[in-house]
Design a protein around this ligand. Structure first.
Ligand SMILES: [Zn+2]
Ligand SMILES: [Zn+2]
Length: 278
């Protein structure tokens, strides 16, 4: 199954031109011609301003899919839903709505979905669909649901917790990726890949009967990874057939540099405003 689509970055940590604004977070606008889909919403209402600047009609959004429940991926949700002209179907893992915390040098801080956004989901006119298993959200476009952890090398970064005292580590059950089956290969859109980018790609390859990857976009959460972990990730990525990489957000400068070195001609710069045709 395949479908034509364009993917435009609406929120990212960098911009592709100076009239747009960056923030730490991600949001992708996916236009299939018959559906307007957002994968993540960034952390604030900046998504509305960037869409306006890019002349993208955010009112027309009919589907929102959330990669996980961190504020930098779902913080713009309430504004997106309030702005939508019609009913929006929101896909998220049920654990994406749980409180989440990050341990810092000075204590812990809440990094989950705001009450404001949770209220918008439950009290509004919109339709929440929970996802735990692979789910087709529009023909040819899927969410992975929970990602099996098959590689012990991809341990979650410590300091992410489910409680304010940081007693219970966050297992990131809510972390999922979006993938699109096209005639040129699978396109994968990552949120933060807290489940591990190799675990994620392994699972998608399994779900797509070993179809090659046309493009991998998004965050790989390697910004504080060790040199060994980055080297292992690069070596593992070489075992996949990937035509194009668009590393962004939490991938981290060191891992981005390693990708550009390991895959010459196959890595591409990107930021808010970058559009990819599928
Ligand atoms: Zn993130
Ligand atoms: Zn995250």
């Amino acid at each position: 199954m395949s479908l034509p689509a364009t993917i435009t970055i609406l929120i990212e940590d960098s911009v592709s031109r100076p009239t747009l604004k960056a923030e730490h977070g991600l949001a992708f606008w996916i236009d299939t011609g018959s559906h307007c889909i957002l994968f993540d919403t960034g952390q604030s209402q900046l998504i509305l301003a960037n869409a306006n600047e890019l002349k993208l009609d955010l009112d027309a959004v009919d589907t929102v899919a959330l990669s996980h429940g961190h504020y930098d991926h779902c913080g713009g949700l309430a504004d997106v839903l309030a702005n939508a002209a019609g009913e929006v179907t929101v896909y998220a893992h049920p654990r994406a709505l749980d409180p989440k915390y990050r341990r810092t040098e000075t204590g812990t801080r809440a990094i989950g979905m705001s009450i404001h956004c949770r209220r918008a989901l439950y009290e509004g006119r919109h339709n929440l669909k929970t996802v735990t298993i692979p789910t087709e959200i529009t023909p040819g476009m899927f969410l992975t649901g929970e990602i099996p952890r098959s590689h012990p090398e991809e341990q979650s970064e410590p300091g992410y917790c489910l409680d304010a005292q940081c007693r219970q580590a966050d297992p990131f059950l809510d972390d999922q990726a979006l993938f699109i089956r096209t005639s040129g290969g699978t396109v994968v859109v990552l949120g933060c890949a807290h489940a591990g980018v190799i675990n994620t790609l392994d699972y998608i390859r399994h779900l797509t009967d070993d179809q090659p990857f046309h493009a991998i976009l998004g965050g790989m959460h390697l910004h504080s990874a060790s040199d060994e972990r980055i080297a292992w990730t690069i070596k593992s990525l070489q075992q996949f057939s990937v035509k194009r990489f668009y590393p962004m957000h939490c991938t981290g400068a060191k891992a981005v540099a390693a990708l550009w070195t390991a895959f010459p001609g196959r890595c591409f710069p990107c930021g808010v405003g970058t559009t990819m045709n599928i």
